[in-house]
Design a protein around this ligand. Structure first.
Ligand code: 1OR
Ligand code: 1OR
Length: 336
């Protein structure tokens, strides 16, 4: 074991363990808890660097797979190249269990290709609670909080994933998260729509968000697309536009109308995640914009307690829709 390691994040451990009831949890955890360390300590250089050599094709595919991974968004270039060096490819068979709920965490995974079910067992009953479709990542929770695996991940097609070992993940991502907490804790505390969360849950929100930057006029969300993320404006302004048919007789002509503007502290992109429908409107940057983004799995896992507030706001959209378009069309059907 390297110098300077000691147990931290105990608050999260207790909480996350509650979310993942698993037999034998305590006997299995002993080995890993002792490994927990203070993410603030500057002992990078004493660690052995993990390097898995890759072909050009592998490196290109890896870079493509990692480019939208939110946990990597706030990592600097030098550390990101260490992450890419350390990642290894694993080919996956249909039906293979990549993670089993209750196990200790060994690796974090980024999807290269393939589909994967997320299954959670509680009170002895297992159910599928979500899925990944050719992109995304999983396996961060056990490594971040030193908890047993919170879900089982099963391949539902052949595929390939990129693994990142626990030690490298903790050295780079966990330490980076400590910095992220310092940067965003006050901002997250100030957001009214997160007030229903406990303090420790708001910190977990900070752990999973990634900063995304957009230039003037750049599209953030496209109406009709499938939805993968939820956004909070950190700085700048975001314009929301909606296309509606101009008349029923001319189905092809659609006019984009500005329906809302959002600035620091406001959120958008929740509707499609709540309704499981395509994006109801488009979003564009006005000037330079910084958003904090959260993926759909984290949104579902962490923001349940905030749903009341969000649903109330969605009810307001319905009223505005009537005022703006003079019709009671279903906003959850963007093709209308
Ligand atoms: P892990 O290290 O615990 C299982 O190993 C992984 O499944 C976990 O990290 C996450 O990356 C991923 N609850 C718990 N884990 C989830 C969930 C989830 N979704 C993905 N993972 N959800 C709540 C279920 C009650 C969200 C379902 C959409
Ligand atoms: P989304 O995931 O559908 C587009 O992606 C986002 O635009 C949407 O979530 C909301 O966060 C945001 N109707 C539908 N979506 C709206 C509306 C809206 N306003 C903001 N969004 N309105 C009714 C339509 C005229 C409200 C107008 C004030």
């Amino acid at each position: 074991m390297t110098k300077g390691r000691h147990v931290t994040l105990q608050k999260e451990e207790g909480h996350a363990a509650r979310e993942a009831p698993v037999i034998n949890r305590f006997s299995r955890r002993a080995s890993v808890c002792a490994e927990s360390y203070n993410p603030d300590e500057e002992d990078d250089d004493t660690e052995t660097r993990v390097i898995h050599p890759k072909t050009d094709d592998q490196r290109n595919r890896l870079q493509e797979a990692c480019k939208d991974i939110l946990l990597f968004k706030n990592v600097d270039q030098e550390q990101m190249s260490q992450v890419l060096d350390a990642m290894f490819e694993k080919l996956v068979k249909c039906g293979e269990h990549l993670i089993d709920q209750g196990d200790d965490g060994d690796n974090f995974y980024v999807i290269d290709r393939g589909t994967y079910d997320i299954c959670v067992k509680s009170d002895g009953v297992g159910r599928c609670v979500g899925a990944y479709d050719n992109h995304g990542s999983f396996g961060e929770l056990a490594l971040m909080y030193n908890t047993p695996r919170a879900a089982t991940i099963i391949a539902t097609s052949v595929g390939a994933i990129w693994g990142l070992d626990r030690a490298t993940f903790r050295r780079i991502i966990v330490r980076n998260n400590a910095r992220k907490r310092r940067m965003y804790e006050n901002f997250i505390e100030s957001l009214p729509f997160l007030k229903s969360l406990e303090f420790s849950e708001r910190l977990k929100v900070v752990d999973v968000i990634g900063t995304k930057i957009y230039g003037d006029g750049e599209q953030i969300i496209a109406q009709g697309d499938g939805a993968e993320s939820f956004f909070i404006v950190e700085s700048g302004e975001v314009r929301i536009t909606m296309k509606r048919k101009q008349s029923k007789s001319d189905a092809e002509v659609k006019e984009a109308v500005e329906i809302a503007r959002y600035s620091r502290g406001q959120y958008f992109g929740e509707l499609a995640l709540v309704t499981n429908k395509p994006r109801a409107a488009s979003a564009y940057a006005v000037g330079n914009v910084k958003c904090l983004a959260m993926d759909v799995q984290a949104f579902e896992r962490l923001l349940g307690p905030c749903m009341e507030i969000m649903k109330r706001n969605i009810a307001n959209y319905e009223e505005q829709l009537v005022a703006l378009f003079g019709t009671n069309m279903d906003i959850t059907d963007p093709s209308a």
